[in-house]
Design a protein. Structure first.
Length: 299
């Protein structure tokens, strides 16, 4: 096992970003004051969960209920966000066609294979620049599926490919964030399916510009122990997603997780980023479900 990411690296990155972080906090505090939010959690939502709601409508409704961000959008969507005074707290991944004509960069085929690295670097470099130009910070990435590869080999391959992007990420102030997903229900064979594997990858990459997207729904399915994991390893988590377990629906009393307690644990870590709702509403009034979830998480 390699040593943890040097504390000095985190401090240097934090110092360089101090002014922008302060400005962001001022904007978020102003938004919280207007919406009546408590201001301890900065709220976002994933657009893909609302396919029948336009981005314009989601921005307008979300802002009214206290959101300051919409997650998982592409650069073409950024002007709409900015028109509504919102940010994209976790930007979406690029994809590029591989030699076989199939996409690279999405969940099944990504950084755990060396033969993908050249094309992934080609796809990610302009995406990193676009994220930085928009003033955003986090850009999602994936490990890819195992497809017969052992986890140790995949770990080394991911680290090798991601390291190629770190100089540009560090220069532009962008954090590549690999999502932790479950391989039991939603994404069979996905490699980055345990927090320990992802944390070790962070250590091997060795830059504070590579971290994890800790998806609470997915990690409850794979390993549980959510609050203890957040408290113990929060320095590796750039961003959080929600979802009711089981089913990935509303995060209220119809499911097993205590999201208010989880949010309190996140606040206690000093997290200054966002938490994004990523549940699929099961009720007809999808925006009412979203507003309820934001209320539950506003601790």
């Amino acid at each position: 096992m390699t040593s943890p990411i040097p504390r000095r690296s985190f401090l240097q990155t934090g110092a360089l970003a101090a002014l922008s972080v302060a400005a962001l906090r001022q904007r978020l505090a102003a938004a919280d004051a207007v919406s009546g939010m408590k201001g301890h959690i900065h709220h976002s939502v994933c657009k893909w969960c609302y396919p029948k709601t336009s981005l314009e409508d989601l921005c307008a409704a979300g802002k009214d209920m206290g959101l300051t961000s919409i997650d998982l959008l592409q650069p073409a969507d950024y002007p709409t966000l900015k028109k509504h005074g919102l940010v994209c707290a976790m930007t979406s991944n690029p994809t590029i066609k591989g030699p076989d004509g199939k996409d690279l960069g999405a969940i099944p085929r990504a950084f755990n294979r060396k033969e993908h690295h050249d094309l992934l670097v080609q796809a990610y470099e302009p995406q990193i620049a676009a994220v930085a130009d928009a003033g955003f910070k986090n850009l999602i990435c994936f490990s890819g599926n195992r497809d017969g590869m052992d986890d140790e080999a995949g770990l080394k391959n991911c680290a090798e490919g991601l390291k190629r992007l770190m100089p540009l990420c560090e220069k532009k102030g962008v954090v590549l964030s690999m999502e932790l997903l479950n391989s039991r229900v939603n994404h069979p064979d996905y490699m980055c399916d345990k927090s320990a594997w992802g944390i070790e990858l962070c250590k091997q990459v060795g830059s504070s510009n590579f971290r994890l997207l800790y998806d609470i729904y997915h990690m409850q399915i794979m390993e549980g122990d959510v609050i203890a994991t957040i408290k113990r390893s929060h320095e590796y988590f750039a961003h959080y997603h929600t979802g009711g377990v089981p089913g990935r629906h509303e995060i209220d009393e119809t499911q097993e997780l205590n999201y208010a307690a989880i949010m309190k644990a996140i606040v206690e870590t000093g997290h200054t980023g966002h938490v994004a709702q990523e549940f699929i509403p099961a009720r007809p009034d999808v925006l009412a479900s979203l507003k309820q979830a934001v209320g539950i998480c506003d601790v």
